[in-house]
Design a protein around this ligand. Structure first.
Ligand code: SF4
Length: 313
């Protein structure tokens, strides 16, 4: 058996809600097939909180081993670095986390808030929220960037707002199975963060031929006018569908880039910022100088079935 404690900090519980939808593997399979023992989860545990108090004491006194510590939510460090905006039994949770990470073999940030600060760290960030090892893109999280758990890894950032259900459970399954987790430069598991949301989007052909929507509800691409960040966001939303069924772009909503450290952008989510007629953020690998010429040519060459939007998304 391997033990897990799940703590919530500045959070909406979205990652917990998301993980309950996981099916490959499910939370139940983690406990029955992978030997996971959930010592504490604020939503799933049915024991009184006094039990959690005893558990914390036992972990901190090294009488109880802690294999995996999961943090859901951003870390409130205010006011004035005291952490008193978010407490447990009068103790700042940020201090509790600093003590617990020293005992855990692996630490997993479940969601963008725990990884990078997320929504709660958006300007003006009145509670001084940060992520566990990052503050957005900067290496100024609660823990130094050089920090490593006793298992030899930094905080494993399963980013997303919320994180993809199966990315969370697969990460846990890999840790429980003793498999090597390769991480990218932002400490996200590469196997879940190597494809862009754009890959697998059913609107791709519309994108290639620059058939763009100006209003919601249409079949065209949402990149040029409606703020879609699919071509600059790493996540498997369109290659492993949510609940095996859908994704934001399939439901007609632009990708908000929620797995990126700078999410949420300090800008409108539903419109594309431009410099002149060129989007501020271009698809990864696209040259600004070539963008308009390429898109104009592509639009001229668009087949009728796309111009008349006969292709379903
Ligand atoms: S809607 Fe977004 S993800 Fe889909 S093709 Fe357009 S830019 Fe790419």
């Amino acid at each position: 058996m391997a033990t897990l404690v799940w703590l919530q900090t500045g959070s909406c519980s979205g990652d917990t809600m998301s993980m309950l939808c996981a099916d490959s593997p499910s939370v139940e399979e983690l406990t029955t097939g992978y030997g996971l023992e959930i010592l504490w989860h604020p939503s799933l545990s049915h024991v009184p909180t006094q039990t959690f108090d005893h558990l914390l004491d036992a972990i901190l006194a090294t009488r109880q081993t802690l294999d995996i510590l999961c943090i859901e939510g951003s870390i409130m460090t205010g006011p004035h670095g005291s952490g008193m905006y978010d407490t447990y039994r009068g103790r700042p949770k940020m201090r509790l986390i600093q003590q617990l990470v020293a005992q855990a073999k692996f630490v997993v940030a479940m969601g963008t808030c725990a990884a990078f600060g997320g929504v709660h760290a958006a300007p003006p960030n009145p509670t001084d929220c940060v992520g566990l090892q990052f503050d957005k893109l900067a290496p100024h999280g609660l823990l130094p960037l050089s920090w490593r758990s006793s298992g030899g890894l930094p905080v494993i950032n399963v980013a997303g707002c919320p994180a993809h259900p199966n990315s969370m459970t697969k990460t846990l399954a890999m840790l429980l199975s003793g498999m090597q987790l390769e991480l990218d430069s932002l400490n996200r598991p590469t196997m879940f963060f190597k494809a862009m949301v754009h890959q697998g989007c059913t609107r791709n052909e519309y994108h290639e031929y620059h058939i763009e929507e100006t209003e919601f509800g249409g079949k065209g691409c949402m990149f040029y006018n409606l703020g879609c960040q699919g071509p600059i966001t790493l996540s498997k939303c369109n290659t492993e569908l949510w609940n095996n069924r859908s994704s934001k772009t399939r439901a007609g909503v632009p990708c908000f880039g929620c797995t990126s450290p700078d999410f949420p952008l300090d800008a409108g989510l539903f419109n594309t910022e431009k410099i002149g007629s060129i989007p501020l953020n271009l698809p990864l690998g696209v040259e600004r100088s070539n963008y308009i010429a390429y898109k104009s040519l592509a639009h001229e060459a668009a087949p009728d079935r796309l111009i008349h939007k006969e292709m379903d998304v």
